[in-house]
Design a protein around this ligand. Structure first.
Ligand code: 3NM
Length: 221
């Protein structure tokens, strides 16, 4: 059976942690372990921005974080680097609109890995689905401190717009989301929330992840 059928992908979207070494003052391994203890459902390795690791150090960190995810049965996705994803046997790849062409990524990774694509409109969403995306990352929901080149804030309304246009694929909202705003993102039709700073930058990572998990589950039928 295909490991990433829509139901499995949808479940993985619920509390989707995105992190690289620049997103935390703590040891990323420990942050990931704490976040898993708190209930995250997927991890995306995103080693980007000022001060990001490169070369061997980046690959080594990816391998270590991948191992933690494997130990706990948490899907591991690599942001915007197909070769790294293949090298560390990641469960998938996520690409933005300015990254590699989604159809080429799908061709490279085959059907066994998850493909996530960022989309900001119905048009981008349709093209992503044609390229073979398993899920869409939609944002920014709110102003974000974590992405210098973020798109203008779209708000949860864009998720409702995608659903109204008949886009039924799993959607994860991203950008400035907190436990308090999670309900609004879910109510608009998202399957979960993708978060950097409110989890990776929290003093108590486990508690922060658990707050998101409770907020997401509170919104499920
Ligand atoms: N992508 P935080 S917003 C990586 O809108 C990323 O596509 C975004 O970090 C998008 O939870 C974003 O700290 C940063 O706001 C999310």
């Amino acid at each position: 059976m295909h490991p990433w059928n829509a139901e499995a992908v949808q479940r993985a979207m619920q509390v989707y942690l995105v992190m690289g070494s620049v997103n935390t003052k703590q040891d990323p391994m420990e942050v990931l372990r704490q976040a898993i203890a708190g209930g995250i459902t997927l991890f995306q390795f995103r080693e980007k921005g000022t001060g990001a690791l490169v070369g061997e150090a980046r690959i080594t960190l990816a391998m270590r974080l991948r191992e933690v995810c494997s130990q706990h049965g948490v899907p591991f996705i690599v942001n915007d680097d197909v070769e790294l994803a293949v090298a560390v046997e990641a469960d998938g790849v996520h690409v933005g609109q300015d990254d590699a062409d989604a159809a080429l990524v799908r061709a490279r990774i085959g059907d066994g890995r998850m493909l996530g694509v960022s989309a900001h409109s119905v048009d981008e969403a349709r093209r992503a689905l044609q390229a073979g995306a398993n899920y869409l990352g939609v944002g920014p929901m709110y102003p974000t401190p974590s992405k210098a080149d973020a798109h203008a804030v779209l708000g949860p309304a864009v998720v409702a717009e995608l659903r109204a246009a008949g886009i039924a694929v799993p959607i994860v909202g991203i950008g400035g989301i907190t436990p308090d705003t999670t309900a609004a993102v879910m109510a608009a039709g998202a399957d979960g929330v993708a978060v950097i700073s409110a989890i990776a930058g929290a003093a108590n990572v486990c508690a922060a992840a658990a707050q998101f998990a409770a907020a997401v589950r509170g919104m499920q039928a």
